[in-house]
Design a protein around this ligand. Structure first.
Ligand code: DAH
Length: 339
């Protein structure tokens, strides 16, 4: 019997509890009216006289061990509860947080901003709902000018014309109207065109406009800036400028970057030429400078404009532009690592 009690003492000593309920069950088991201790006290009268003393002592030991255990466990659980306070258990592992991902358009836009900000360009923005002056007229595209046909416009109101801007070149105008040279600014934003939606075209997409105005700015400065950009953005430094036409620049050019013909994808995206058209550019037409209140006899400059969606598609091998605006999380989640 003494061995059995010793066992119980060891057991009581080692007991651990997570909750008050467990402590209470323990107390009842050892110290309750039908518990071990009661049973052993009951046995006491059957124990031989010469063993009564030892037996009594060992039961007392069981009693003090069990009581001490109940007290310390209760205290510990109560202070834990106090710690929880109104915030709950502060040591509890947190709920898993679902990490979002940046949209591929934002990733490319931020990269472009980053590259140009390293050479002193700031970021400017303008409204998506524009008037005729900022989207067309100030940019050397007077009413009835055939170049307006290049862009199918969503009109919100006519006479006076209010429209969804068809390009971010409108921000050039606003920036020049409000700032004197030296100007170095890029203007990212959403633009709208009344086009049938397909895998290749959408009725809204994104552009970045660039504008650099100062004294003695030349075409060589433009080319150098673009080459810096393609090297930083794509790791490709070979570019060519093909003569082109934009009403707001003279001369104007289309910029191609040499992508190479190393992989099958290179063949596909460059149609077997190795060259990829990435933007339009040119020297800002003196008329545009004058329209915006800048003296064209003192200042000159260059501008360029590129599509962000196309670049995002190119870099991520996205074959359908519609994926960029559908916001399917299965698509978006693939850009988590590009944060
Ligand atoms: N605004 C033109 C477009 O939407 C792009 C562009 C071409 C912008 C030449 C420019 C530029 O600033 O110089 O297609």
């Amino acid at each position: 019997m003494i061995d059995k009690i010793k066992e119980l003492i060891a057991e009581a000593d080692a007991f651990k509890a997570q909750s008050k309920e467990e402590v209470e069950a323990f107390r009842i088991k050892y110290l309750g009216s039908k518990g071990h201790l009661r049973a052993f006290y009951g046995e006491l009268k059957n124990v031989a006289n010469d063993q009564k003393r030892e037996f009594g002592q060992i039961i007392n030991e069981l009693k003090t061990t069990a009581e001490a255990k109940v007290n310390t466990l209760k205290e510990a659980l109560e202070s834990e509860e106090e710690d929880k306070g109104i915030y709950g258990d502060l040591s509890r592992p947190s709920e898993p947080i679902a990490l979002g991902a940046r949209h591929p358009i934002s990733i490319v836009k931020n990269e472009i901003i980053d590259i140009f900000s390293r050479i002193g360009f700031n970021v400017s923005e303008g409204p998506e709902i524009e008037d005729d002056w900022h989207n067309f007229t100030a940019l050397n595209l007077p009413e009835y000018h055939p170049a307006r046909d290049m862009q199918d416009t969503f009109f919100i109101q006519t006479d006076p014309d209010i429209l969804l801007r068809t390009h971010t070149s409108s921000v050039q105008v606003r920036y020049m109207e409000n700032n004197q040279p030296p100007i170095r600014t890029i203007s990212p934003g959403r633009v709208y065109r009344n086009e049938a939606i397909s895998a290749r075209a959408h009725c809204f997409f994104h552009q970045v406009e660039g504008l650099y105005i100062d004294k003695d700015v030349s075409f060589a400065d433009l080319k150098q800036t673009l080459q810096y950009f393609t090297t930083e953005m794509f790791g490709k430094s070979k570019i060519r400028l093909r003569p082109s036409y934009f009403p707001f620049t003279e001369p104007s050019a289309e910029v191609d970057v040499y992508w190479g013909l190393e992989t099958e994808t290179d063949y596909k995206i460059t149609k077997g030429t190795g060259w990829l058209e990435i933007m339009g550019c040119g020297m800002v037409d003196p008329n545009v400078l004058e329209n915006c209140g800048i003296d064209s006899k003192v200042y000159s400059g260059f501008a360029f404009g590129m599509g962000i969606d196309r670049i995002a598609m190119l870099l991520n091998q996205i074959s359908d532009i519609r994926l960029l605006s559908e916001n399917d999380v299965r698509f978006l989640e693939q850009f988590k690592s590009s944060l």
